[in-house]
Design a protein around this ligand. Structure first.
Ligand SMILES: [Zn+2]
Ligand SMILES: [Zn+2]
Ligand SMILES: [Zn+2]
Length: 57
């Protein structure tokens, strides 16, 4: 078994998603699961495109 791909929780405070750093959107040294989270849901969007996730509300 080679190295395990380490996942980190999306830096969006209310987001529960786990993201791989190599696939995540990095902003200010933090990892986000998507654009909506990365920009702090500035557009008022809820959720991040993942089923069941209602972060940003
Ligand atoms: Zn999420
Ligand atoms: Zn997120
Ligand atoms: Zn979010």
């Amino acid at each position: 078994m080679a190295a395990t791909l380490e996942k980190v929780k999306c830096a969006c405070s209310t987001c529960e998603c786990m993201v791989s750093p190599d696939k995540a959107i990095e902003k200010d040294g933090k990892y986000y699961c998507g654009e909506a989270c990365a920009n702090g849901h500035a557009d008022g969007s809820h959720g991040c495109g993942h089923p069941g996730c209602t972060c940003g509300g």
